[in-house]
Design a protein around this ligand. Structure first.
Ligand SMILES: Cc1ncc(COP(=O)(O)O)c(C=O)c1O
Length: 394
């Protein structure tokens, strides 16, 4: 009884003193280890959602925690007004993992900020203003990013919208060709549309987008806030399944990049970077030491633990096990960004029943699709735990 009242106390206090954001799950997170989250009353939950895809290295990876603790004792923060070996190491590590043409990093604090800066870089470099994005894509909630988000009610929430945003159809190159004139600075897309229900496009679409952008002098931006940092089984979607040469001019990152310490980044081509001058971009917190220590440690942890190959193995194990369930039409996505498409609109009901069995999953704007964005360190026994529950509720 005492434990139950602790949760109720926490919930009542948050609800009283905080503005509403999301509909919250009926649990209070207290600590985490790997793919498991422990609540204030000591219960444990299998986390197949990672706090909005953030906990890619798993909760409290020891290497990441140690790096953050050590850095906190040295210097928490100083801005880009001075040099820092911690920032130098994070930028070098990230750039060396990126496709070779993306040779410069810009650090900020979140995904929406990374996208805003990417669009600004494109406008500054091209001298043009318009941006093409895609129906179903999600790019964040600040003014420019929400205006670029043609998904459900989001764009409306951002009114009055930033002018010059054009919509095309994901996977349909002709719809892009129709609007990509000489006033367009950038084409920006989520290479896998996560919130829309884990929608994928054919590899040729990306190759043709690259060609079109080159022909028309348009900057191509991949919003890899969800697909980046190992989630698809590759470090980035860019340069992977559509071919090594199919690479954008800018990749934006956030979420997994700092294992939970807020950080975003743009990875930018040399050619674009050469057109950015001092004071064109700026940020107080971006590139701060605590976040930079978290970035380096996150990338190292993924490497040290072989998480990329684990993602590939867990995807195939999940797909194999999910094929046992007749209520599922198909499984969308790549790596550990998976959308389980049911035959009926049951994603929310399944999510709620899974939660009762102590498994956290995500829904999407497609009522048929349950989303999985688990830590990249997911184990076969975690998949078995999930499957045992799913077989009973789906
Ligand atoms: C693909 C994508 N881009 C951008 C964002 C915005 O990131 P943030 O919430 O860190 O601003 C999100 C957040 O869900 C996202 O999924």
């Amino acid at each position: 009884m005492v434990k139950e009242s602790l949760f109720q106390e926490i919930a009542a206090s948050e609800d009283r003193f905080q503005l509403a954001t999301y509909k919250k799950m009926p649990l209070a997170a207290a600590r985490g280890r790997g793919a498991w989250l422990y609540t204030s009353d000591g219960a444990r939950y299998l986390d197949l959602y990672g706090g909005h895809a953030v906990a890619a290295t798993g909760h409290c990876h020891t290497h990441v925690v140690r790096a953050i603790q050590e850095q906190a004792g040295e210097l928490l923060f100083y801005s880009n007004l001075v040099y820092s070996d911690v920032r130098a190491r994070a930028a070098e590590k990230l750039v060396r993992l990126a496709p070779p043409t993306l040779s410069k990093a810009f650090f900020c604090n979140s995904g929406t900020e990374a996208n805003e800066n990417a669009m600004r870089i494109a406008r500054l470099a091209s001298g043009r203003e318009k941006v093409i994005t895609f129906g179903g894509g999600f790019h964040g909630r600040t003014a420019d990013s929400i205006s670029a988000t043609f998904l459900g009610k989001y764009r409306e929430l951002g009114r009055p919208n930033v002018p010059g945003h054009l919509e095309a159809e994901f996977g349909d190159i002709e719809s892009v060709e129709r609007v990509a004139d000489e006033t367009v600075a950038a084409i920006m897309l989520e290479p896998i549309q996560s919130m829309a229900g884990v929608r994928v496009a054919a590899p040729e679409f990306f190759a043709r987008l690259r060609k079109l952008a080159d022909e028309r002098g348009i900057v191509l931006i991949y919003d890899e806030v969800q697909t980046g940092i190992g989630r698809t089984g590759e470090w980035f979607f860019a340069g992977s399944e559509a071919g090594a040469s199919v690479v954008p001019d800018i990749i934006t990152l956030a979420k997994a990049l700092g294992s939970g310490v807020p950080v975003g980044a743009c990875l930018v081509s040399e050619q674009l970077a050469s057109q950015i001058k001092e004071n064109d971009l700026g940020t107080t917190f971006g590139g701060g030491m605590l976040a930079m220590a978290a970035v380096t440690a996150t990338l190292e942890a993924i490497e040290m633990d072989g998480m990329l190959s684990n993602v590939v193995a867990m995807e195939s194990y999940l797909r194999e096990r999910l094929s046992e369930i007749s209520a599922i039409r198909r499984v969308r996505g790549r790596g550990l960004l998976l959308g389980i498409e049911f035959k009926e609109d049951v994603a929310q009901a399944v999510q709620e029943k899974l939660l009762e069995r102590h498994i956290i999953t995500g829904t999407s704007s497609d009522k048929r699709v349950l989303r999985l964005l688990p830590p990249l360190c997911l184990k076969p026994e975690d998949v078995d735990f999930f499957m045992e529950a799913l077989i009973n509720v789906a």
